[in-house]
Design a protein around this ligand. Structure first.
Ligand SMILES: NC(=O)C1=CN([C@@H]2O[C@H](COP(=O)(O)OP(=O)(O)OC[C@H]3O[C@@H](n4cnc5c(N)ncnc54)[C@H](O)[C@@H]3O)[C@@H](O)[C@H]2O)C=CC1
Ligand SMILES: C[N+](C)(C)CC(=O)CC(=O)[O-]
Length: 469
């Protein structure tokens, strides 16, 4: 259900939104008065094009069309979704809504990226308050799925449901915050942690690097998979949450936090933080840091995908809609995807084991295509690979799009043989081939046997069709 999105304000966050929409097939129209906006969005897009497709085992839809517009009125014309990401100043945001509501479709969703303003504040003096909601993203917007969708009673339920549907279709996780509050939910946590961190620096307890280490070697990893409450439930041991609260409840009275006290951000403190941060990370440019961050996020989210947990489960669900319907060919396009970063090794290219993985995924797709699908396997029948001969012809690298073209070279009784060619999509070069021999197996006896008649008929028909190639 790709459509047209208007991006008003194309900085760090607007650029991320533009990428999220574009890479999911939407056309994107940008308005930003900054003469550097095209370059800046281009750089965010380069990172996003490299990163987002790596999360999935199937190719994303064809990219939409990106255009830049000299006026807000031109940018919002015909857009179903308008995402405002101008600087965090209420008067500016309100002024922007005044202008854009004069020109946009009354049924369009106007989402604000605001980190802290309540939707009622944004709706304040708008012509049509009902179409304005908060859609607060997390940086990088093209990778992190959470969107805090904050609404008020003025937003009709059809608009809210439509917004949720659109966000989900973009691979995002809309967390509907029905009771508005300054800084929504997640930024209140971030603010609390930020305040503590500022105190720890100001009081000379820890440096920026030590604070980052305290997060990334411990609770940061834990939070990504279970959040706060489930983590603490486990920490309560067999006695669970109640025991946890009994044990650590008294700490609430101890001086374990300075939360209500805000350190004064003097020039001296700001400089101390900037100097420590330079010492910690100044050897890398922002773009290099972004790429490092993106690689780590992709690897972590792919690990969560394997566990079908948290953000990983969301990506699996989104991916289900990206699964292509195969055609008989010849050849069958049995796989089409981007090489993810965690498939590469110390030689800086795709590891040999991953070639096997890709050909195995291609064979799984062919099995599904001939009717040996999940239900068939659950009923006790499947194919096992008995022999594979892979030829490695050229290197593949992270971020490259590849396709696997397959032929069924034998389909007789229990025997199924496939010949696969893995090609780089950009130039069609053959990177590897695989000759794969499979046997049909009864999963209860673990012995080979003929497939059920409908699968056998499909296999025989494909073998006959592909014979001439
Ligand atoms: N940077 C972050 O980590 C996050 C920021 N946000 C929110 O996103 C919004 C934007 O923040 P950033 O992207 O960080 O700021 P930014 O400074 O990187 O980008 C703002 C962009 O808006 C443009 N702009 C200024 N006036 C404009 C106007 N009248 N019409 C159209 N464009 C205009 C600027 O030229 C600039 O490119 C803020 O509301 C912020 O709270 C939300 C999540 C995270
Ligand atoms: C610092 N911040 C308040 C702009 C952060 C956010 O709004 C979300 C994020 O991406 O961390």
């Amino acid at each position: 259900m790709a459509g047209t999105a208007a991006i008003i304000g194309g900085g760090v966050i607007g650029g991320g939104w533009a990428a999220r929409f574009l890479l999911n097939g939407w056309d994107v129209r940008v308005f930003d008065p900054d003469p550097e906006a095209t370059r800046k969005i281009g750089e965010v897009l380069d990172n996003a094009r490299n990163a987002l497709p790596m999360l999935y085992d199937f190719a994303l839809p064809d990219e939409g069309k990106l255009s830049f517009h000299p006026t807000m009125s031109e940018a919002v014309a015909g857009a179903e979704w308008i995402q405002e990401s101008v600087p965090e100043r209420l008067e500016l945001k309100r002024k922007v809504y005044q202008t854009l509501q004069e020109h946009c479709d009354a049924n369009a969703v106007i989402g604000s990226s605001t980190s802290g303003f309540k939707p009622s504040e944004l709706q304040g003096c708008a012509t049509r308050p009902d179409q304005i909601v908060v859609t607060h993203p997390f940086n990088p917007v093209y990778l992190l799925p959470l969107i805090e969708l904050v609404t008020t009673d003025r937003n009709p339920s059809e608009l809210i449901n439509g917004a949720k549907e659109t966000l989900t279709s973009l691979g995002l996780y809309p967390l509907h915050v029905k009771k508005e509050i300054d800084a929504h939910i997640a930024d209140r946590f971030l603010e609390a942690v930020w305040r503590e961190a500022l105190w720890l620096i100001k009081d000379g307890i820890a440096t920026t690097e030590e604070i980052d280490n305290a997060i990334r070697y411990g609770f940061g990893i834990r939070w990504a998979q279970m959040g706060l409450f489930e983590t603490y439930r486990v920490a309560g041991g067999e006695a669970g949450m109640k025991h946890f609260i009994d044990q650590f409840g008294p700490c609430l009275q101890w001086p374990w936090t300075k939360l209500m006290d805000v350190p004064e951000l003097t020039d001296e403190l700001a400089q101390m933080i900037a100097d420590q941060s330079d010492a910690q990370s100044g050897h890398l440019s922002i773009r290099e840091l972004e790429r490092k961050r993106d690689g780590n996020l992709i690897a972590m989210m792919r690990a969560l995908r394997q566990q079908d947990n948290a953000a990983g489960r969301l990506i699996n669900e989104h991916q289900a809609g990206l699964r292509p319907v195969l055609k008989d060919g010849p050849p069958i396009i049995s796989a089409r995807r981007v090489i993810p970063i965690d498939w590469t090794d110390y030689n800086g290219h795709m590891n040999e084991g991953r070639y096997g993985q890709l050909f195995s995924d291609a064979a799984d797709a062919i099995m599904t295509h001939v009717g040996a699908d999940d239900a068939y396997i659950a009923a006790g029948n499947s194919y096992f690979t008995a022999e594979t001969n892979i030829k490695f012809l050229s290197e593949a690298h992270a971020g490259e799009k590849v396709v696997v073209e397959s032929l069924v070279t034998q389909g007789e009784g229990k025997k199924l043989r496939c010949y696969h060619e893995m090609k780089r999509e950009a130039d069609g070069e053959i990177l590897a081939t695989s000759d794969q021999f499979m046997l049909h197996v009864n999963l209860e006896s673990r012995r080979s046997c003929d497939p059920l008649p409908e699968v056998l008929a499909r296999v025989e028909a494909l073998a006959a069709l592909h014979k001439e190639n």
